[in-house]
Design a protein around this ligand. Structure first.
Ligand code: HEC
Ligand code: HEC
Ligand code: HEC
Ligand code: HEC
Length: 405
C-alpha cells in the first residue's frame, strides 16, 4: 500500500485544500492568499508571446489539420498560442499539400508529429476509447497532454502556467470534484469501514499518474479542524485487499440462515434484507475484506471523476478529464432544457468540428475545438448522474428523467 503512496509535489505543498467533514457534511474551501510556489521545471509563461512565435509552434500541425474551429481554443482571441504549446508533439513535421491521407508519407509524418501512446488501444485514433479507466493513468504525461492538454496531470504546464490560469488550476486540482473525499469519507465512516469522522481519503494523481496525497499547508490547528473542518491531508484510498471487515465474531449472532456463498445469491432471501448483513468475510483469507473499500474502489474506476475521462460508452457519458470535463462540450443530451444551444448536436458524442481529420460519425469527440464558459447542465450531469455525486440531481429531477434522451 505504501508503495502506491507518493510524496506530495512541492507545488501542492503550499496549497490549502478543500476540506470536508463526513459526519456533518459541512465543508469549507480555504484558498491561500499566497501565490503557489513555482516548481523549478515549470516552463516559461506563454503569456505575451507574439503571433509569429505561436505560429511557429503550429506550422507542421496545420499542414494536416488545415482548418480547426478555434485554433487556440479561446474564442476571445486574446491569446497567442500554437498547437504545440498545449498539445506538445513535433510541430516541425509537415506534409506537402495534397498528400493523400492514407499515403505512406502522410502516415509516417503523422506518427512523427504526434506523441505516441504506450498502449496500442490508443493508437491512430482521435477519440478516447470506450471504458478506458486506469489505462489512462498508465500513459505517459506527454501522451496525456497530447490528447487532452486540460488533464489535471499536465494542467499546471498548460492552462496553469504563470500569467494564465494558475489559480484555477490549483483550485481544481484539490477541489472536492477531483478528490471526491466527501463521498469516500461519508461512506467509510457511516458504514464502519474506517473509524475516523474526519475525511481521510481522496483521489489525486501526480504527473506520472501515480496516486498521491494532498496536504494542507501550513498544517491546520486542531481548532481549525474542529471548528471549520479543515483537515491536514487526504491520502489515496487503501487497496481493498488490505482493508479489514467488521468484527468477525458477529457471524455468531443469532438469526439468519446458513451463510451465503460469495457470488451465489440465495433466491429465498427477502428483498432488501440480506441474510448476511456484514458479509461472511473475516480477516485475512477468502477475499475477506471490507465491502465499503471495495465498493469505493469500484466506483472510482467505473464511474470516474475529474482525473479520468468519461466512459465514453453511451449518451450522457462523453467527456474529457480535468478542465476539459467542464469547459469543452461533448454532445450528450439533445434536450434544450439541459443542453441549451448544444442540444442540436444530439447525444451521440459526435464531432461537428471543421477539422477534416476528425471523424464525424464516431462517438467520444468534443463537439468543437473551443472552450466555453456557457457550460450546460448536461455537461455537469455526466458526473452528477453517478453514485456519490448524484446529490446534485436532487435539484434537477427533470434532467434525471431526460438524461438518456
Ligand atoms: C501528417 C498529418 C498530421 C500532422 C502533421 C499532425 N496531425 Fe494530428 N491528426 C492527424 C490525423 C489524420 C488525426 C486523426 C486520428 C488519426 O488518424 O490518427 C489526427 C489527430 C490528432 C489529435 C487527436 C488525437 C487523439 O487521440 O485524441 C490531436 C490532439 C492532434 N492530431 C494534434 C496534432 C498536433 C498538435 C500536431 C502538430 C504537433 C499534429 N496533430 C500534426 C494528422 C496529422
Ligand atoms: C489552449 C490549448 C490548446 C491549443 C492552443 C490547441 N488545442 Fe487542440 N485541444 C485542446 C483541448 C483541451 C482539446 C480537447 C481534448 C478532449 O476533449 O479530451 C483539444 C482537442 C484537439 C483535437 C481532438 C479533437 C477531436 O474532435 O477529437 C485535435 C485534433 C486538436 N486539438 C488539434 C489542435 C490543433 C491542430 C491545434 C493548433 C491549430 C490545437 N489543437 C491547439 C487544447 C488546445
Ligand atoms: C468530472 C466529474 C464532475 C463534473 C463534470 C462536475 N462535477 Fe460537481 N462534483 C463532482 C464530484 C466528484 C463531487 C464531490 C462528491 C463528493 O465527494 O461527495 C462534486 C460536487 C459538486 C457539488 C457539491 C455537492 C454537495 O453535496 O456539496 C456541486 C454543487 C457541484 N459538484 C456542481 C457541479 C456543477 C454545477 C457542474 C457543472 C458546471 C459540475 N458539478 C460538474 C464531479 C463532477
Ligand atoms: C466542474 C466544472 C469546471 C471545471 C472542472 C473547471 N471549470 Fe473553469 N469554470 C467553470 C464554471 C461554471 C465557470 C464560470 C462560467 C461563467 O459563468 O462565466 C468557470 C470559469 C472559468 C474561467 C473564467 C473565469 C473568469 O473570471 O472569467 C477560467 C479562466 C476557468 N474557468 C479556468 C479553468 C481551468 C484552468 C480549469 C482546470 C484546471 C477549470 N476551469 C476547470 C467550471 C469548471
Amino acid at each position: 500500500m505504501n508503495s502506491q503512496r507518493q510524496p506530495v509535489s512541492s507545488s501542492l505543498r503550499t496549497v490549502w485544500i478543500l476540506c470536508v467533514s463526513a459526519l456533518s457534511f459541512f465543508f469549507a474551501l480555504h484558498a491561500s492568499s499566497k501565490p503557489p510556489a513555482r516548481a523549478p521545471q515549470e516552463p516559461a509563461s506563454f503569456r505575451g508571446q507574439s503571433q509569429e512565435e505561436a505560429d511557429r509552434k503550429s506550422s507542421g500541425c496545420i499542414s494536416c489539420h488545415t482548418s480547426t474551429d478555434e485554433p487556440t481554443m479561446h474564442p476571445t482571441k486574446a491569446v497567442h498560442l500554437g498547437c504545440a504549446d498545449c498539445h506538445g508533439g513535433n510541430s516541425s513535421i509537415s506534409i506537402a499539400l495534397g498528400a493523400a491521407p492514407n499515403s505512406a508519407e502522410y502516415l509516417s509524418a503523422k506518427e512523427k508529429a504526434h506523441v505516441q501512446p504506450r498502449d496500442a488501444t490508443f493508437r491512430n485514433r482521435s477519440n478516447v476509447p470506450e471504458r478506458i479507466f486506469t489505462k489512462w493513468l498508465a500513459e505517459s504525461a506527454e501522451y496525456i497532454k497530447f490528447v487532452n492538454p486540460g488533464d489535471l496531470r499536465v494542467a499546471p504546464e498548460t492552462c496553469g502556467t504563470l500569467g494564465c490560469h494558475a489559480a484555477e488550476t490549483r483550485a481544481v486540482s484539490t477541489s472536492m470534484m477531483t478528490h471526491a473525499g466527501m463521498l469516500w469519507g461519508a461512506a467509510l465512516y457511516n458504514n464502519g469501514g474506517y473509524p475516523a469522522k474526519n475525511t481521510r481519503f481522496g483521489e489525486s494523481y501526480n504527473r506520472d499518474g501515480v496516486p498521491q496525497s494532498i496536504k494542507t499547508s501550513p498544517k491546520p490547528t486542531l481548532e481549525e479542524t474542529h471548528n471549520k473542518g479543515v483537515i491536514p491531508e487526504l491520502d489515496p484510498l487503501f487497496r481493498w485487499e488490505s482493508s479489514q471487515p467488521g468484527n468477525v465474531l458477529r457471524v455468531f449472532e443469532r438469526g439468519g440462515r446458513k451463510k451465503a456463498e460469495i457470488g451465489n445469491p440465495s433466491r429465498e432471501e427477502v428483498p432488501g434484507k440480506p441474510d448476511d448483513k456484514l458479509s461472511d468475510r473475516g480477516f485475512g483469507t477468502e477475499l475477506r475484506t471490507d465491502p465499503v473499500f471495495l465498493g469505493l474502489q469500484k466506483t472510482r474506476l467505473l464511474d470516474p471523476v475529474m482525473s479520468l475521462p468519461g466512459t465514453n460508452d453511451h449518451p450522457g457519458d462523453y467527456r474529457g478529464s480535468g478542465c476539459t470535463a467542464c469547459h469543452v462540450i461533448y454532445a450528450n443530451d439533445r434536450d434544450p432544457s439541459h443542453s441549451a444551444a448544444f442540444a442540436p448536436f444530439g447525444h451521440s458524442g459526435f464531432s461537428a468540428s471543421s477539422d477534416q481529420t476528425i471523424s464525424k460519425n464516431e462517438p467520444g469527440h468534443p463537439i468543437k475545438h473551443v472552450f466555453t464558459r456557457s457550460i450546460p447542465s448536461s455537461q455537469c450531469m455526466i458526473c452528477h448522474i453517478h453514485p456519490g455525486t448524484n446529490m446534485v440531481t436532487t435539484y434537477f429531477r427533470a434532467h434525471v428523467v431526460g438524461q438518456r434522451n
